[in-house]
Design a protein around this ligand. Structure first.
Ligand SMILES: C[S@@+](CC[C@H](N)C(=O)[O-])C[C@H]1O[C@@H](n2cnc3c(N)ncnc32)[C@H](O)[C@@H]1O
Length: 330
């Protein structure tokens, strides 16, 4: 038989099942239990204190999704699961599946958001010190980790001496954790909500560099970033939640805050000018639609325009091995 098959549509239709299976497995520590020691459903149930019926359903689903191996009735982690789904590793992404699962009720109302163009989330991103961030920022740190490493290499942070930077909306503090780790003379400043900065200080402390991590509590819309104070600045996964006017205003404040010759690093889900790109980035406009009043997935041309207007004549756009893009503005 030739012609289209329903496979893709079925896979997309059951995407919520996959999120639920992964989020539940992360919540119950299935991958932690299997790391280094393949086990039967009965053993997994005992080890993670869940029902045998529940364990078997999860293990079937995870093996079907290609995250577990199955040999003679024993399940084991694939290399992917071992790297990204075992708790405690800096690359751990299981928390993201749990957060997405928590957010299902918002997505049920997406048809209304599509109709009106207005968010349907009760906890939109403009709410001060939104508890959603407390849950999200540790969960997404692993996504930024390799990107922060890549930017550090590109900017020569390790050998830059006693430099400092301002990370606006730094969240977990992952950028500072990585950069302070490679440069023992540097100081990292992070501007974020008070509750989030507290989480950031805890995360950065795990890397043994908390003494050089300084936090500034406040709303980045109304907080002054200072003048000619920092060698670098970071704006990671923030532009997408802002309106074009707010991004331009923030880029102007960055221009003033960065010393002459310094660099602003923007990290975000960025589309090509024809609105194509990584599938995650292409779906991300929907996340912004349901959760923000004016955020979106912006194009390279948008960033070039705002950065140019804000006084950054040189803009370099670099792809990363993740769904996000790096932009270096000078
Ligand atoms: C998507 S997270 C990005 C975290 C981090 N930059 C990263 O890339 O992993 C957005 C961050 O921006 C912070 N944020 C959002 N709106 C803010 C505002 N108006 N003022 C200060 N921080 C804000 C949130 O608390 C959260 O830490």
């Amino acid at each position: 038989m030739s012609g289209p098959t329903p496979d893709k549509i079925m896979q997309i239709t059951t995407g919520g099942w996959a999120t639920s299976i992964l989020g539940s497995a992360a919540r119950h520590g299935i991958f932690d239990a299997l790391e280094g020691s393949p086990a039967s459903a009965e053993d997994v149930a005992k080890k993670t204190v869940i029902s045998v019926r529940g364990a078997q359903a999860l293990l079937d689903g995870l093996a079907g999704l290609g995250l577990l191996t199955l040999s003679e009735g024993r399940y084991g982690n694939t290399p992917e699961a071992s790297q990204f789904l075992v708790k405690g590793k800096p690359s751990y992404l299981g928390g993201m599946a749990q957060v997405f699962l928590e957010d299902f009720s918002t997505w049920q109302h997406m048809p209304d958001a599509v109709k009106t163009g207005l968010p349907v989330a009760s906890n939109t991103t403009d709410i001060a010190d939104n508890p959603f961030w407390h849950m999200l920022v540790p969960a997404i740190a692993a996504l930024s980790f390799p990107v922060a490493q890549m930017a550090a290499e590109k900017l020569g942070i390790a050998k830059a001496g006693a430099v400092s930077w301002l990370d606006v909306g730094g969240g977990s503090g992952v950028w500072s954790a990585v950069w302070l780790g490679v440069n023992k003379q540097a100081t990292g400043f992070q501007l974020d909500w008070e509750g989030v900065n507290k989480i950031g200080r805890g995360y950065v402390a795990n890397f043994g560099v908390a003494d050089r991590f300084k936090t500034i509590d406040g709303d980045f819309h109304s907080t002054d970033f200072g003048a000619a104070k920092y060698d670098f600045a970071v704006y990671a996964h923030i532009a997408h939640q802002e309106t074009p006017a707010d991004n331009l205003a923030n880029f102007r404040k960055f221009r003033k805050a960065i010393k002459p010759g310094g660099t602003l690093v923007v990290n975000d889900f960025v589309l090509a000018d024809d609105r194509t790109g990584h599938p995650f980035a292409m779906m991300f406009a929907s996340q912004m639609l349901v959760a923000t009043k004016g955020g979106f997935t912006y194009r390279q041309a948008d960033y070039r325009k705002w950065l140019g207007e804000a006084g950054f004549p040189s803009v370099e756009i670099v792809a990363t091995p993740t769904p996000s893009t790096l932009i270096f503005a000078r």
